[in-house]
Design a protein around this ligand. Structure first.
Ligand code: CA
Ligand code: CA
Length: 225
C-alpha cells in the first residue's frame, strides 16, 4: 500500500480524487460506481470527510449496548487510522470495509494484527495482547476472568502455542502463520475469523467483526451492501 506521507499539498478530505479512486480500485474489489456510492454515504455521515474518534465510538456503541465498547473501539480506531492523524478518511475507511467484506482469512488476520499492534511497528508483545483481550471481554460483557479465562493465562497459552518460550515478541508473519495453522489460536486472537470455519460462537464474541458492523451502519445509504 502506498505511503500517504508523500508530502503533496494538503487535499480536501471531503474530495475523492482520481488518485484515491485508482488506489481503491486496485486495493479493493469495489467498482468505481460502488466506490462513489460509498463515498456519498460516507460524506452524509461525515460531511467534512473526517471520521473522528468520538463519532466512531458513538456508532460502535450502538452495536454493543450491553458491553463497554470504549476501549476496544479505541484500538480499532487506531488500526483504521493508518496515517495516525487522529481521524479516519474515506480511503482508510473503505480499505478497512473492503477487508471486512471481501477479505480472505489472511487479510482478516492482518487486520486483527493491526488492532493488536497499536504502535504500528510490526510487532506485538504480551502487554499488547493482554490489553486487547481485556477490551474484548469488556465489549462482550464477560465478567468471568478467572482461571483459564484470566487474560494473563490466555496470553501464556497463546505464547506457548506460538512457540514463544524465550521471547515476548511476536512479529506480524508469526502471528498470521500461527493463526492460520492453529484454530484455537485463531479463536482466541481473532474470534470472528474462527466463526467462519466452525460456525460456532466463541465466548469472546467479537473482534474484527465489529468494524464491519460499524461501517455498514455508518454507510446505510451506501449502495454496496
Ligand atoms: Ca487518518
Ligand atoms: Ca507494536
Amino acid at each position: 500500500m502506498g505511503n500517504k506521507a508523500g508530502g503533496k499539498g494538503k487535499k480536501d478530505p471531503a474530495v475523492l480524487t482520481d488518485e484515491d479512486l485508482k488506489m481503491l480500485k486496485i486495493n479493493t474489489r469495489y467498482t468505481e460506481e460502488e466506490i462513489q456510492a460509498w463515498h456519498a454515504g460516507f460524506l452524509k455521515d461525515c460531511p467534512s470527510g473526517k471520521l473522528d474518534k468520538k463519532q466512531f465510538l458513538n456508532v460502535y456503541k450502538k452495536f454493543y449496548p450491553e458491553g463497554k465498547a470504549d476501549k476496544y473501539c479505541n484500538f480499532v480506531f487506531k488500526a483504521f487510522d493508518t496515517d495516525n492523524n487522529n481521524w479516519i478518511d474515506f480511503t482508510e475507511f473503505l480499505l478497512a470495509v473492503g477487508v471486512s467484506q471481501h477479505g480472505n482469512l489472511e487479510d482478516k488476520l492482518k487486520m486483527a494484527f493491526d488492532i493488536y499492534d497499536q504502535n504500528k511497528d510490526g510487532e506485538i508483545n504480551r502487554k499488547d495482547m493482554t490489553k486487547i483481550i481485556e477490551a474484548m471481554y469488556d465489549l462482550a460483557n464477560e465478567e468471568d476472568r478467572s482461571g483459564e479465562k484470566a487474560p494473563d493465562q490466555r496470553v501464556d497459552l497463546i505464547m506457548k502455542r506460538l512457540n514463544k518460550v524465550k521471547t515476548d515478541v511476536v512479529r506480524r508473519n508469526e502471528f498470521i502463520e500461527g493463526c492460520l495453522r492453529d484454530e484455537l489460536l485463531r479463536k482466541i486472537l481473532a474470534p470472528n475469523t474462527a466463526l467462519a470455519s466452525d460456525g460456532q460462537a466463541s465466548n469472546i464474541t467479537t473482534t474484527t467483526s465489529a468494524p464491519m458492523h460499524t461501517t455498514t451502519s455508518i454507510n446505510e445509504t451506501g449502495a454496496a451492501v
